[in-house]
Design a protein around this ligand. Structure first.
Ligand SMILES: Cc1cc2nc3c(=O)[nH]c(=O)nc-3n(C[C@H](O)[C@H](O)[C@H](O)COP(=O)(O)O)c2cc1C
Length: 197
């Protein structure tokens, strides 16, 4: 079995999904994957970002992390995606990136990749499951293979129990969340290794 190549792709306005992505990248590396931690480009105008101290701070914090490219999408065998919930769907910054993937889709380059996803929202029932389904729906168009966590580990009975992917309320990523994300990342590496190997 070859070393699975995992792209951990995140978008984060206030830091929660950045924390989740860092934890996922660490766990995927520990599980033996070659990992790229990548951020989705910001699409909001500079003056809007600058108008919120917390948003501006997050942009600065993530500035040293490379932006995800189409080459990264081709390089990876599997994707770990973490993006916030926006009005019951994935943040538009992620959607905008997905909308650039047409050329890869057209040549079948996304078919057979694995994907798992996590999200956050202000409210526990503020749309997290819909967001994960939104991410997975597009991935199904690519021909990607969904690696949802289900309840395949005991931590899923402690973390709020979202079987589509770990979800948290904003700013509340804690130790249980860390264990859940680590499990989800390990599972992605394991299944990706079996498929890509
Ligand atoms: C435009 C907008 C729409 C949002 N929509 C929702 C929503 O539908 N449900 C919810 O619970 N939280 C909603 N939120 C809160 C975000 O989900 C929250 O800020 C995000 O999960 C924090 O993640 P981050 O720290 O990685 O940016 C919304 C926030 C914004 C700015």
């Amino acid at each position: 079995m070859s070393t699975p190549k995992i792209a951990v792709i995140f978008y984060s306005t206030y830091g929660t999904n950045h924390q989740v992505a860092e934890a996922a990248a660490e766990a995927a590396k520990e599980a033996g994957a070659e990992v790229r931690l990548l951020r989705v480009p910001e699409t909001a105008p500079d003056d809007i970002v600058a108008g919120q101290d917390a948003w501006k701070a997050q942009v600065e914090k993530a500035s040293s992390i490379p932006e995800v490219t189409l080459d990264d999408m081709e390089w990876a065998d599997g994707y770990f995606v973490s993006v916030p919930t926006r009005f019951g769907g994935a943040a538009s910054q992620y959607r905008a990136f997905v909308d650039t993937l047409g050329p890869l889709w057209a040549k079948g380059a996304l078919a057979g990749k694995t994907i798992t996803a996590t999200t956050s929202a202000q409210n526990p029932n503020g749309g997290v499951e819909a967001t994960l389904m939104n991410i997975y729906t597009s991935a199904m168009h690519w021909g990607a293979i969904l690696v949802a966590p289900g309840y395949a580990d005991g931590v899923k009975f402690e973390d709020g129990g979202n079987p589509y992917g770990y979800s948290t309320t904003a700013g509340a990523f804690d130790e249980t969340g860390r264990k859940s994300v680590a499990f989800q990342a390990r599972r992605l590496v394991d299944i990706t290794g079996r498929i890509a190997g």
